[in-house]
Write a protein that binds this ligand. Sequence first.
Ligand SMILES: Nc1ncnc2c1ncn2[C@@H]1O[C@H](COP(=O)(O)OP(=O)(O)OP(=O)(O)O)[C@@H](O)[C@H]1O
Ligand SMILES: [Mg+2]
Length: 172
Amino acid sequence: MSSDEVWERACAYAERNQLSLEDQLGFGIHGSVGTVQSHLQNGQAAIKVFYRQATAFEQSPYQRERDVYLWLREQAVRSIRSCQVPKLLHHDDELLVIQMTIVTPPFILDFAAAYLDEPPEFSNEVWSDWQKEKEELFGTRWPEVQDILRELRLLGIHQTDVSMGNIMLSEI
Ligand SMILES: Nc1ncnc2c1ncn2[C@@H]1O[C@H](COP(=O)(O)OP(=O)(O)OP(=O)(O)O)[C@@H](O)[C@H]1O
Ligand SMILES: [Mg+2]
């Protein structure tokens, strides 16, 4: 996957939607995220351009994240336990781009590895190793993260990618 190809899709998306590309906000294993300025709405937003990756799963990371954001928008969810959730503004199935609002910490985002409705079928051993690893990662803040994950589950969203970049808590 060349970054040229991602850049080309970002440019195509910007042109289709009358946006100008601004700065890089972040990147990860699924995509590259940047800010855009809308000429029509006169406002700033974020776009996540997904890498075209082969996946062993039925759904691609792009589809997973898109469907979670569509669901969150339908439910008018803007925050979970005081953490902002980006609002889906637009998406493009051809260019694999999700346009959303920009959030600042505390926030929760990145649903590229989230399961909607049905939880993933991991063995008890895998779950308990996962729990231990996350508990170590978040330390004393783990109970707060667990509350967030519980609330997401009540919405039918099973978040498996639980990292400091994806769940940014408030400073104490
Ligand atoms: N809507 C947004 N508002 C503000 N910052 C954002 C937004 N979307 C993404 N970011 C920033 O970009 C980073 C990477 O985005 P994201 O986690 O969605 O990418 P990813 O490729 O799925 O990452 P990962 O490697 O965790 O799977 C985030 O950790 C966050 O810092
Ligand atoms: Mg991430």
